[in-house]
Design a protein around this ligand. Structure first.
Ligand code: SAM
Ligand code: SF4
Ligand code: SF4
Length: 337
């Protein structure tokens, strides 16, 4: 077994989130607002993206330093070509205990079977509302929620373990919490309610626009009896509750009101090979340059180790209105959510 290296706050490196592309077919207002990510937006050029071989090489090294869980994200990961091959290769790496993918779901009918056959079993699918107008506005492309529900259904029938992610913004989709909870409970999909975060610098975040976990829970308790569950593992980001007399669960990701930096075990790799120690980082460490410049595995291991050993990030613990607005941060679609 590979022992995890620990950062300056004694947090082990256990998870690696890989953004496989910075492109997306949605323009969610809270992530890639279309006013900022328009036709002229400079996405990472194809030749600058890490190849599958480069990603696998890095995954092997991360596992040697203690990583056990891999999450593929983006941007929209299903837009990446040869994603199935990447998954198959990651699943085959000795030491990878878990691999999951986060997607907006729109291409699941097209690619879901291939992903399943490649060995993927866990999907987090984002859906913010059941009311067409609300969801259409939030995804920035007028996409109807019925389409996503149909894709989720398809994925569930293939045998995937499904979690549904809903970002809640006050005054935008908080009225959708109960309908979404009802629907997901009925389908036995785990709904995870995510507090709206100040990722990047373009999404108009302020504290007043956050519906907190406490507020969401109060609302849900008026409808359901819920019992809290013990966290399954150190570093679990969601707090789960079980519905009484049901097998269904609901979760909260309270990154703003109850931050979990002290147990944050996540390293992030961007699609062009930059390493980030926090979702709210301003700078990354360039591994692609090292790889393409001929660095050996030992040199890469040393570099990754150094980045983690120096890590002191705890942005959400220290979040202030000033930092949320003024600090230069990398966008979530680039760094990987
Ligand atoms: N495109 C995929 C998707 O939407 O599922 C994967 C990438 S997306 C950046 C990953 C997750 O981050 C999604 O569940 C999304 O809703 C969430 N997210 C994006 N911006 C957010 C924000 N400002 N606050 C909270 N969650 C956010
Ligand atoms: Fe795309 Fe996901 Fe960001 Fe929405 S949240 S814009 S689907 S990357
Ligand atoms: Fe981890 Fe940074 Fe989020 Fe804190 S703010 S939980 S350190 S990614």
């Amino acid at each position: 077994m590979n022992a995890s290296i620990r950062d300056r706050l004694d947090r082990p490196m256990r998870d690696l989130r890989i953004s496989v592309t910075d492109r997306c077919n949605f323009r969610c207002t809270y992530c890639m607002p279309k006013e900022m990510f328009g036709n002229g937006y400079a996405f990472v050029p194809k030749e600058e993206l890490l190849s599958n071989d480069e990603m696998i090489r890095l995954v092997r090294l991360f596992v040697r330093l203690g990583v056990k869980k891999i999450r593929l994200t983006g941007g929209e990961p299903l837009l990446r070509t040869k994603l199935n091959e990447l998954i198959e290769q990651i699943a085959a790496v000795d030491g990878v205990e878990d691999i999951a993918l986060t997607t907006n779901g729109l291409l699941l009918r097209q690619y879901g079977k291939g992903l399943y056959d490649a060995g993927l079993r866990r999907l987090n699918i984002s859906l913010d509302a059941l009311t067409p107008d609300v969801f259409g506005r939030m995804n920035g492309r007028g996409i109807d929620p019925a389409r996503i529900l149909d894709h989720i259904d398809f994925a569930a029938q293939l045998g995937f373990d499904i979690k549904v992610n809903m970002v809640v913004q006050k005054g935008v989709n908080d009225a959708e919490i109960i309908p979404m909870a009802d629907y997901c409970k009925e389908q036995k999909w785990t709904l995870r309610l995510i507090e709206f975060m100040d990722v990047g610098n373009d999404n108009g975040w302020s504290h007043e626009r956050v519906t907190t976990k406490r507020e969401m829970l109060q609302l849900l308790m008026q409808e359901y009896e819920l019992e809290p569950e013990e966290p399954e593992r150190f570093g679990e980001v969601a707090q789960y509750y079980r519905y009484r007399q049901s097998q269904a669960r609901i979760g909260f990701i309270a990154s703003v009101s109850e931050p979990f930096c002290s147990s944050c075990t996540r390293m992030r790799l961007s699609s062009e090979g930059k390493l980030y120690t926090c979702l709210f980082a301003s700078n990354g460490f360039d591994l692609r340059n090292m790889m393409r410049g001929g660095s050996t595995n030992e040199e890469l291991l040393e570099a990754i180790k150094k980045v983690w050993l120096q890590r002191t990030d705890r942005y959400s613990d220290e979040r202030t209105e000033y930092a949320a607005k003024e600090r230069k941060k990398i966008g979530m679609s680039y760094i990987g959510g």
